[in-house]
Design a protein around this ligand. Structure first.
Ligand SMILES: NC(=O)c1ccc[n+]([C@@H]2O[C@H](COP(=O)([O-])OP(=O)(O)OC[C@H]3O[C@@H](n4cnc5c(N)ncnc54)[C@H](OP(=O)(O)O)[C@@H]3O)[C@@H](O)[C@H]2O)c1
Length: 275
């Protein structure tokens, strides 16, 4: 297990523990790893091939939660996959993004293309989970305690997927309940919704009015000017541009295929950031 100190990996690690599965949890900061039965913690960063090889030796299946989007993310994940190859891991389940294209509008989607290519050429048996934006991310973090979701998404739609749905699908794959080696699954919510509907869901969750205020591209850059490094600003703006471009709207039944139940509606997954 990787990413256990984060939202997705933590959910999967807890599910594996509840199912009585023995797991190795890789963590950059082992003391932050959850304390779980039948779990050992191995320290290291994805980019440290020696540490990863040590951690992955004897591991049958691993979930690779994609790294934080630093400029060297592709290189780090490449080292991780080389270590998995060295260690003879039987299956890598990679947490990708639903537009893993070199020219994807959402800039962080582009790195996933390279890692998917690496996996395809590696000979390691693998399964790819191409996730839409997390429902919790669009419904909660885009609002971020404010009264409005503001961005250049026009009237685009997003098929955001609940983190617990991804976690359940990943757990089922890791435990052999579902999933086919070599397959790529695109995990989405049950419907593609506009940001006005996302704002309604946030309103209900927070008990106060949240609205969607579309911005022009110019307004979007101006509003975020100086709020972070240029790369970060580009990523923020491209989140909305990807929705406007229709790249986040495809709906699949892959959550249901992997979990045996329908995907969770966005309104159920959204909670209030301020709560
Ligand atoms: N689809 C979406 O809407 C969406 C939204 C947000 C993120 N993401 C992507 O999906 C991933 C998982 O999401 P999340 O919400 O679970 O993220 P998260 O809460 O930020 O957790 C990321 C986890 O990965 C670990 N990690 C990151 N880079 C690493 C590296 N180079 N080496 C070792 N461990 C590393 C982090 O460890 P530390 O505790 O040491 O940082 C943390 O445990 C993210 O990393 C990001 O790539 C997708």
């Amino acid at each position: 297990m990787t990413g256990v100190t984060g939202q997705l990996g933590g959910r999967v690690a807890r599910r594996l523990a509840a199912a009585g599965i023995t797991q190795t949890m890789i963590a950059r900061h082992p003391r932050r790893a959850p304390r779980l039965p039948r779990a050992r913690v191995m320290p290291g960063n994805y980019g440290d091939r020696t540490a990863m090889r040590r951690a992955l030796t004897g591991v049958e299946r691993v979930l690779l939660v994609s790294a934080t989007a630093t400029p060297d993310r592709v290189a780090q994940q490449g080292e991780f996959l080389r270590a998995a190859q060295d260690a003879g891991v039987g299956l890598v389940v990679y947490v990708s993004f639903c537009t893993p294209w070199p020219e994807a509008t959402f800039v962080h989607g582009r790195d996933h293309w390279w890692t998917e290519q690496h996996l395809a050429g590696s000979g390691i048996p693998h399964i790819i989970l191409r996730n839409n934006f997390y429902a919790e991310f669009v419904g909660r973090d885009l609002t971020d305690g404010r009264a409005a979701i503001r961005g250049p998404a026009e009237d685009g739609r997003v098929a955001a997927v609940a983190l617990d749905d991804i976690a359940e699908a990943a757990t089922n794959i890791l435990t052999g309940v579902s999933g086919q080696a070599g397959a790529t699954y695109t995990l989405t919510g049950p419907a593609a919704v506009g940001l006005d509907e996302v704002a309604d869901a946030a309103s209900t969750a927070c008990g106060r009015r949240v609205s969607y205020r579309p911005e022009t591209l110019r307004q979007a850059y101006r509003a975020r000017d100086g709020a972070g490094p240029a790369r970060q600003v580009e990523a923020w703006v491209s989140t909305y541009r990807a929705i406007a471009a229709g790249e986040m709207a495809a709906v699949t039944d892959h959550v249901a295929r992997l979990t045996g139940r329908p995907a969770t509606p966005l309104a159920e997954a959204v909670s209030c950031l301020a709560a």
